[in-house]
Design a protein around this ligand. Structure first.
Ligand SMILES: [Zn+2]
Length: 104
């Protein structure tokens, strides 16, 4: 398992997620339309954006946690049973904290 490559992938994805959060935060401070009828659409759009933002913030947290585990030398160890997480699983899901058995 190439930890450096995984860390680089995680950092790249974190930068993308952070850029997306920044973009969505700008979108959410747009003023509402002057007409109430239009505001319904504005708020629906805002809720959609904020839903996305929550998902992105959650993903950013998972990535930061994975990078912290790499720094601490604890990466790739199941948080539940302390077994090594299979490299194929980490390749597919670099933020995985549990082995396939414990995640199931
Ligand atoms: Zn486990």
């Amino acid at each position: 398992m190439n930890i450096d490559a995984i860390a680089a992938t995680l950092r790249g994805r974190l930068a993308e997620v952070q850029a997306e959060i920044a973009r969505l935060e700008q979108a959410t401070i747009q003023p509402l339309s002057p007409k109430f009828a239009d505001q319904v659409g504005d708020l629906e759009e805002l809720a959609t954006n904020e839903g996305l933002e929550v998902a992105h913030i959650h993903e950013a947290e998972q990535i930061v946690a994975a990078l912290a585990r790499i720094e601490a030398g604890e990466y790739g160890v199941c948080s539940n049973c302390s077994a090594d997480i299979a490299p194929a699983r980490l390749a597919a899901l670099p933020t995985a904290t549990r082995c396939i058995k414990c995640a199931a």
